[in-house]
Design a protein around this ligand. Structure first.
Ligand SMILES: Cc1cc2nc3c(=O)[nH]c(=O)nc-3n(C[C@H](O)[C@H](O)[C@H](O)COP(=O)(O)OP(=O)(O)OC[C@H]3O[C@@H](n4cnc5c(N)ncnc54)[C@H](O)[C@@H]3O)c2cc1C
Length: 383
């Protein structure tokens, strides 16, 4: 039985592990974190295309059991005017729309899938070195232990050591000019937002929120900041959004947990996705900023395509080449799409710029609900 070592127990890692195990691989997953962090990463959008991969894994319904269906996104101006409704899924098919889940729930569901498939997952194993010969590949971990396999799949995220092993000259992530923060809150009297997520082009920062049926609010803000390490406190954020429409200030007032700001980066132009017996998937080789709501879904798609190529191609060399050929154009198109959204989110200091944006946005969004031009994001069939 051929053996694969999957580095990274995020999204792509457990997914590719389960698909390879189905095809007869002996798979082991190693993850740097010693234990899950339920707060890390807050929540994310699993799009229609990502849900399709979860369906293949038999995990879709389980994920939906604790998800907030959000097939539509309602856009608001800083004065509280509705700018338009954008489908979060194929146009005119809200029932096939995307779902917002806590990241920890997505991880738990994927882990349950790995456990059910009998895949060994080792936590607290941080990859620090890779070397390979004609017979296999060896991974070395921070504690000095090693593991051998026929192939190594690097699903180790945007800071991927696997990417650096594959190509030490690979580009580094690019900062978007936006710092993200987010949290959870309960605002007395704030009604649930079924099927919907709301987005506010605030006067000084971009804000998104939804209210689950149990009243829990999931919210995030994207703050324009030239410095990727800009510190943002809850008080700063309350101040930035003080003049924005209801319920934004109330949500921030009701938030009690301290913020964990993170720079929003993306990554394109990684020329080599594999080297010998080593290949990388997901954010390790193409990271989109969260604005497209597609990073996790692309990671799931990668997993499905890589497993298919390893099944259908003559050997791993042909499989890795075909996998990159199939995936790179799509993944990078999504990154570019997200960059265009980021440009709308960045707050310009020019009053004229803000006025032009606020005047143009309703025109752009007027027919968005029926616009099928973004269906390519969601309708991507991988197998
Ligand atoms: C705040 C935020 C919001 C986001 N919102 C969305 C959204 O709404 N929708 C969406 O689709 N995407 C979103 N994304 C992007 C999405 O989270 C990523 O695209 C997705 O998680 C990529 O999956 P991955 O498996 O490639 O990498 P990751 O999920 O990052 O997993 C990589 C794993 O590798 C592990 N690892 C790293 N280095 C090592 C090592 N040396 N040894 C062993 N293990 C290692 C990490 O600990 C991690 O568990 C968001 C990202 C952020 C930061």
């Amino acid at each position: 039985m051929p053996a694969a070592l999957v580095v990274g127990g995020g999204v792509a890692g457990p997914a590719v592990a389960q698909l390879l195990a189905r095809d007869g691989w002996d798979v082991q997953v190693v993850e740097a974190h010693a234990q899950p962090d339920p707060y890390a990463g807050l929540f994310l959008n699993v799009a229609t295309n990502g849900l399709a991969v979860l369906q293949t894994l038999g995990l879709r319904e389980r994920l939906l059991a604790d998800g907030h269906r959000a097939g539509r996104m309602v856009m608001w101006s800083r004065t509280g005017k509705e700018l338009g409704v954008v489908p979060n899924g194929p146009a005119r098919e809200p029932e096939r729309g995307s779902v917002v889940v806590r990241r920890s729930w997505l991880h738990q569901v994927l882990q349950e899938g790995s456990d059910a498939a009998g895949i060994r997952t080792t936590l607290g194993a941080r990859l620090v070195g890779i070397d390979q010969d004609d017979d296999g590949v060896r991974a070395t971990f921070a504690d000095g232990t090693t593991a051998r396999a026929d192939l190594l799949v690097g699903a180790d995220g945007i800071g991927s050591p696997t990417r650096r092993y594959i190509d030490p000259a690979a580009p580094e992530p690019t900062y978007s000019g936006l710092v993200g923060v987010g949290g959870f809150a309960r605002v007395p009297g704030l009604a649930p937002t079924p099927e919907t997520q709301h987005f506010v082009f605030g006067a000084r920062s971009f804000f998104g929120y939804l209210v689950r049926t149990d009243g829990t609010v999931y919210w995030f803000a994207n703050i324009t900041a030239p410095d990727r390490h800009a510190s943002v406190t809850l008080d700063d954020l309350r101040d930035l959004h003080a003049d924005d429409p209801h319920p934004v200030p109330d949500i921030l007032r009701a938030t009690t947990e301290e913020l964990r700001p993170y720079p929003i980066d993306d990554l394109v132009g990684v020329r080599r996705w594999s080297r010998g017996r080593v290949v990388a998937v997901g954010d390790a080789v193409h990271a989109t900023s969260p604005s497209a709501g597609q990073g996790a879904s692309l990671a799931l798609e990668d997993a499905a395509v890589l497993a298919r190529c390893l099944r259908d191609e003559a050997d791993h060399t042909a499989a890795f080449a075909r996998y990159q050929e199939l995936r790179q154009p799509r993944a990078e198109a999504v990154v570019r799409y997200a960059r265009a959204i980021n440009a709308q989110k960045r707050v310009t200091r020019s009053r004229l710029g803000v006025a032009v944006r606020d005047a143009m946005m309703p025109l752009f969004l007027r027919r968005a609900a029926d616009d099928t031009r973004n269906d390519w994001l969601y309708e991507h069939a991988v197998d």
